[in-house]
Design a protein around this ligand. Sequence first.
Ligand SMILES: C[S@@+](CC[C@H](N)C(=O)[O-])C[C@H]1O[C@@H](n2cnc3c(N)ncnc32)[C@H](O)[C@@H]1O
Length: 319
Amino acid sequence: MSFRKTKKIIEEGDVVILYLSPNKMHSLEVKAKISNKKDEIVDNVFQTTYGALKVISLIGQKYGSKVKLTRGWAYVLQPTPELWTLTLPHRTQIIYSPDISLIIHLMELKPGSVIIETGTGSGSLSHSLIRTIRPNGHLYTFDFHEQRVFIASAEFERHGLSNYVTLRKRDICLEGFGEDLKHKVDAVFLDLPHPWLAIEHATIALKEKGGKLCSFSPCIEQAQRTCAKLICEGFIELNTYECLQREMNVQYRSLSVLDLECLKYKHTNEDMARKNKKKQEEKLLTAIHTESLPGHTGFVTIATLPPCYARKQEKRESS
Ligand SMILES: C[S@@+](CC[C@H](N)C(=O)[O-])C[C@H]1O[C@@H](n2cnc3c(N)ncnc32)[C@H](O)[C@@H]1O
């Protein structure tokens, strides 16, 4: 239940993040027993590169505290959607936090928003969407893959998020989002191989006052086809973005310093020039771009559906 509210102390049933280093984190469910590969019920002992952890020993520990492993130690953290994205079991390709934050910003989501997401996939984006629209908004998430729907549903339940999300198994390109969602939602998000097949259905689900449609596609050809269909369906203000993360490396470096006094006297006072030469290197705090640039993930297309009456008027004027 630790996703829903901030807690101080770890309780049985919580999902926690075991933090070994920035690149080594694991999510664990705090329970005494688990079933092994032979389907036998055994003690829940989690193995890490720094040794084993008896998971049940976490009960009563403070979130954020340091816990002992048999060959080292780790921090035990409260889960957030960002940490979940980094540690979740992958069933599909997932969307990562830099793209997720852009998507949430572009769709103008806030507490109270009612939104559609498809496909659910591994539920990476869903967790961030739920945090944004809580406590009085709702996420309707669709996937046509039965097992993915089943696992994601169990995860939402385990994370205490079931009240904010409805998960449905459906091929939305063929069947649409359902009669009960007609003109009910503020925004529709698509992460599908053929998003253009879902756009007409999205116009039915979006509120009569209009709303946002956002689509994530790895290939530019998919984004182009999506934009063409969006224009056909009356969407306006189309923009496609690529979010590239460029990190800064902050460190002390010895750098030569231009000594103006020294330069001034260089030709007249050799002594002073020699004295100042010693000062010509200084340790300075610098910030430079890292050499590697994390690669392409996908193109994020955002579009606005204007209110119904504006669309009808435009149709009348153009006919
Ligand atoms: C790339 S994954 C989505 C990953 C998700 N955004 C995340 O961050 O975890 C795409 C999902 O769309 C589902 N899908 C593909 N076509 C679909 C369709 N026509 N209707 C419903 N779901 C579909 C697939 O089963 C898959 O789980």
